[in-house]
Ligand binder design. Structure first.
Ligand code: ZN
Ligand code: ZN
Length: 393
């Protein structure tokens, strides 16, 4: 039997072809119908019995070695973005306005390869692997939808694993961090209701623009003055809408923004304080506020033991000097919800191989260095194998 690394390399052409097929046919959040079909067909070809339509367009397939042992949950996200592709490659998106601009085509192809590798090595393994192909990561709703739809009913996972390809790191680099590694991402809308009127008679109106101005500043004090400086939090007001003319005080102003945190207690406190400060500032200036809180994903928290295992595997696959500590990332990922069900590790695999793959994620020219795909497959498969090995090795 070849090593896992050799095995993944031997399947590299197939993995690349699969990724290119998915790249040609991108589907955005909860629209991954064709992708779901491709994934399910591949899994069936491996002898698995996938459940499709989980959380609308998700797929779950459990592979059972037939021997008692732990259960590993391996997750890939499948969704593309509403970004028009600007690069001219043979596998260019055939769907106007949609593009795999974050590498989830690669994640899906990699996890299918992992399934093939592990199923072929059944003799070495015990326990089970739950392969989870998740829709709608980009709007952080897919994991939630799958779980609500019973994705893990009857599956008691002991370990969870997943990866994100990363154009900020060169191919061959693996970046990972123990503990909180990606932020909880919540969004909110604060609608300030004043009383409209003539701009020359502000005393007869209640000016929601003035209230909004105070509120934008006051919210920053929650981070600057109420959050432990060694903890991390960001409040960004990203949209201010109100008013129509030079001489009219509008009725209302709508603010939108996002809260990013790592610590669950900090997240809860800031959520409460954003509401209190909005109420207080509005009341001070005789206005009212209607809040709308859009709860996002919790922080991605990597288990220490799982992270150590990933590091050890990665050191063998890419060399110890290529395994680096990832910075904490203020962006979020709903891998967090799978990691809440089972301790595990979510890590980054460098996918920058040159100029063409040096564009940032979500850019219309984003691309992957496809040499990263077999590496990613080897890493996931090897970590799973170590958890499931009949004999330690
Ligand atoms: Zn993305
Ligand atoms: Zn992504």
């Amino acid at each position: 039997m070849p090593t896992i690394h050799e095995h993944a390399q031997a399947l590299a052409d197939q993995t690349v072809a699969l990724r290119r097929d998915l790249h040609r046919h991108p589907e955005i959040a909860f629209e991954e119908v064709r992708t779901m079909g491709v994934v399910a067909d591949r899994l069936r070809a491996l002898g698995l019995e996938p459940r499709t339509g989980v959380g609308k367009t998700g797929v779950v397939a459990v592979w059972d070695s037939g021997r008692p042992g732990p259960t590993v949950l391996a997750r890939a996200d499948m969704d593309a973005l509403p970004v028009p592709e600007e690069k001219d490659v043979p596998y260019r998106s055939q769907r106007d306005g949609w593009m795999h601009a974050c590498g989830h085509d690669g994640h899906t192809a990699v996890l299918l390869t992992v399934a093939e590798v592990l199923v072929a090595r059944a003799d070495e393994l015990r326990g089970r692997v739950a392969f989870v192909f998740q829709p709608a990561e980009e709007i952080v709703r897919g994991a939630e939808a799958m779980l609500a739809d019973g994705a893990l009913d009857g599956i008691d996972a002991d370990h969870a694993i997943g990866l994100h390809l990363a154009s900020e790191h060169p191919t061959g680099v693996v970046a990972v961090r123990e503990g909180p590694s990606m932020a909880a991402t919540d969004s909110f809308r604060l609608t300030l209701h004043g009383r409209g009127g003539h701009a020359a008679k502000p005393n007869e109106a209640v000016d929601p623009i003035l209230v909004a101005s105070h509120l934008v500043l006051a919210l920053q004090a929650l981070v600057a003055r109420e959050t432990d400086p060694v903890d991390q939090a960001v409040i960004s007001i990203t949209s201010v809408h109100g008013g129509t003319a030079f001489n009219i005080i509008p009725e209302a102003v709508e603010l939108m923004g996002t809260l990013r945190t790592f610590d669950a207690a900090t997240r809860a406190t800031l959520r409460r304080r954003i509401h209190e400060v909005a109420d207080g500032i509005a009341a001070t200036f005789r206005a009212a506020v209607t809040p709308d809180w859009i709860e996002g994903s919790p922080a991605v928290v990597n288990d220490a033991a799982a992270t150590a295992r990933l590091r050890a595997v990665a050191a063998r696959v890419v060399g110890a000097d290529k395994v680096i500590a990832s910075a904490q990332i203020m962006g979020g990922d709903d891998m967090a919800l799978w990691l809440q069900r089972a301790p595990g590790c979510y890590f980054f695999v460098g996918s920058r191989g040159g100029e063409a793959s040096g564009w940032p994620h979500h850019h219309p020219r984003f691309d992957l260095d496809e040499a990263a795909l077999p590496l990613g497959a080897a890493l996931l498969a090897d970590v799973a194998r170590r958890w499931l090995a009949v004999q330690d090795g």
